[in-house]
Design a protein around this ligand. Sequence first.
Ligand SMILES: C[C@@]1(CC(=O)O)c2cc3[nH]c(cc4nc(cc5[nH]c(cc(n2)[C@H]1CCC(=O)O)[C@@](C)(CC(=O)O)[C@@H]5CCC(=O)O)C(CC(=O)O)=C4CCC(=O)O)c(CCC(=O)O)c3CC(=O)O
Ligand SMILES: NC(=O)C1=CN([C@@H]2O[C@H](COP(=O)(O)OP(=O)(O)OC[C@H]3O[C@@H](n4cnc5c(N)ncnc54)[C@H](O)[C@@H]3O)[C@@H](O)[C@H]2O)C=CC1
Length: 201
Amino acid sequence: MKTPLLFEMNGRRALVVGLGRVGRRRARTLADAGCTVTALIKAPPADWNSTGVKVVQKAFEAADLASVDLVVAATDDAETNAAVLAACRVRGIPVNVADDPDASDFFFPAVIRRGDLTLSVCTEGASPMTTKAIVKELKAAYGEDYARRLAALKTLRAAIIARAGDPAEKRRRLKELTALPTSKLAELAASQNQSEQSEEA
Ligand SMILES: C[C@@]1(CC(=O)O)c2cc3[nH]c(cc4nc(cc5[nH]c(cc(n2)[C@H]1CCC(=O)O)[C@@](C)(CC(=O)O)[C@@H]5CCC(=O)O)C(CC(=O)O)=C4CCC(=O)O)c(CCC(=O)O)c3CC(=O)O
Ligand SMILES: NC(=O)C1=CN([C@@H]2O[C@H](COP(=O)(O)OP(=O)(O)OC[C@H]3O[C@@H](n4cnc5c(N)ncnc54)[C@H](O)[C@@H]3O)[C@@H](O)[C@H]2O)C=CC1
């Protein structure tokens, strides 16, 4: 069974085999998360580049796994994908296989980010179209303004926790915050930041 985890990806070394539509998406997701990504392609030219992705034209071989933390097999050739999977299994390297959800060690869920808020949706391959539809609903329900909301809540939470006090009272105050509109939270956070600055001065 797969379970959702938020894993620190910064500095991890990823190998993506195949840079078609899926491989490009995966390579970009991993690079955006701070991975050092190497992508193996079969044919030139890779008229595609993405910061943090090193594109190498060569056929996959097990030796390519020597210093790699995770792998994505994203070619449209089932045999190549299966060979990548088998080589990863031997070395205990986690692998995602584009055409084999059951064999994959991890999935790429759909992700919506609003500052510190991360929403992710996955049907484990049962219906990616349903995932798409749910993402659309969530994007509307949790708009861009949630980034500002979370930033304000983070400031106010730290301030409440910093004040020594009865744990039940702390919880009550933290819960109370979640009912406030974003504009009010932003206002409270701004005055909190201001009073912290004048304390420091
Ligand atoms: C297991 C998983 C991969 C993994 O993570 O390992 C997987 C597997 C497969 N998808 C297939 C097809 C399609 N996938 C999409 C779309 C998305 N697929 C995504 C994730 C995932 N897809 C993972 C599970 C996530 C989940 O279930 O919730 C999203 C969320 C993110 C992303 O891909 O970046 C993105 C939607 C979000 C967005 O767009 O915002 C569309 C729709 C479209 O493209 O418009 C189609 C065509 C319609 C159809 O076929 O349903 C096929 C068959 C391929 C074939 O026919 O050969 C397989 C393989 C199989 O089923 O064997
Ligand atoms: N996970 C997902 O969301 C989806 C998965 N798929 C599956 O993912 C696979 C790839 O799909 P797309 O990216 O849409 O296909 P695509 O046709 O856009 O890309 C496939 C790429 O693999 C490359 N390739 C083929 N053999 C190779 C090898 N031996 N070494 C290196 N590169 C090689 C091709 O040159 C091409 O660039 C398919 O097997 C498909 O079933 C397809 C759609 C969605």
